[in-house]
Design a protein around this ligand. Structure first.
Ligand SMILES: [Zn+2]
Length: 264
């Protein structure tokens, strides 16, 4: 249940039940000619509602915060639909939201981020750290453990909740889903079908960039040169993605990460 759909008295009840807060995080950015700009936000929402159910099985109450839309679009920068938000703006906003949650009485927040840009990760680790230091809230950003070392993180930090890597194979495509590929297409088509255009996806040729050019994509601003339509991967393969297994696997790994962090 998202806080946006609740009354303030319901939120008060959640505080009184010592609920932890799940905070969906993403960006508004282009996702090819076949997926909506809000793909990452919807993905974060799906994950939060599944994690909430999983936590409930472990006797943990949780509430889902309104989603944070205004993260940083690095890789798709310059594309129509990819909003340009300054690091300072985004950081101030995240800190204000976390401070508000603390004012309400919540003491523990987990950031569930569905957008992987480097600058987005830097934004999250810095703002969660500073919010924790200034308010005392246990604000923890869930972070993929396999990339933590790139950011100088060990996972022991109070503001980081390390999530173990995926071990199962969910796609049979040779073209890895870097952006708006088969996995993202499958997610939106399955859970928010009104916001996907599967016929458009089926007409898109698979697009792979050479590994040595991947950094050009990652560092941003060259999306249109590398992929005129704004995707990297094989959207047409979306029907072959084991989508429920994928979402279930992420849900279980995130829930385990949260349980582990809480008991640390
Ligand atoms: Zn995305």
């Amino acid at each position: 249940m998202n806080m946006m759909n609740l009354k303030w008295t319901d939120v008060k009840d959640a505080v009184q039940k010592d609920s932890i807060v799940l905070f969906p995080i993403g960006v508004i950015e282009e996702h090819g000619p076949h997926l909506c700009l809000g793909t990452d936000i919807y993905t974060a929402e799906i994950l939060c509602s599944n994690i909430q159910k999983e936590l409930h099985k472990h006797g943990i109450n949780s509430i889902i915060a309104p989603p944070f839309y205004w993260g940083i679009c690095q890789s798709t920068k310059g594309f129509i639909g990819s909003f340009t938000i300054k690091m300072d703006t985004a950081k101030s906003l995240i800190m204000d939201i976390l401070a508000s949650l603390y004012e309400f009485g919540f003491r523990e927040v987990y950031g569930i981020n569905a957008h992987g840009d480097i600058e987005q990760n830097i934004l999250l680790m810095n703002s969660f750290k500073e919010a924790a230091e200034t308010t005392g809230i246990a604000a923890r950003c869930c972070f993929r453990s396999e990339v933590m070392h790139f950011y100088g993180l060990t996972g022991e930090e109070q503001y980081i909740c390390p999530v173990l890597p995926q071990q199962i194979e969910v796609s049979n495509s040779d073209a890895r889903d870097i952006h708006a590929g088969d996995i993202e297409t499958a997610i939106i088509n399955r859970y928010y079908p009104a916001f996907a255009d599967p016929a458009a996806a089926e007409n898109l040729p698979s697009l792979v960039i050479e590994p040595e050019r991947e950094m050009e994509w990652v560092l941003g601003g060259k999306t249109e040169k590398l992929s005129a339509m704004g995707y990297m991967g094989n959207p047409a393969n979306y029907q072959n993605v084991k989508i429920e297994e994928h979402i279930n696997d992420i849900t279980v790994r995130y829930t385990e990460a949260i349980l582990k962090k809480r008991s640390a």
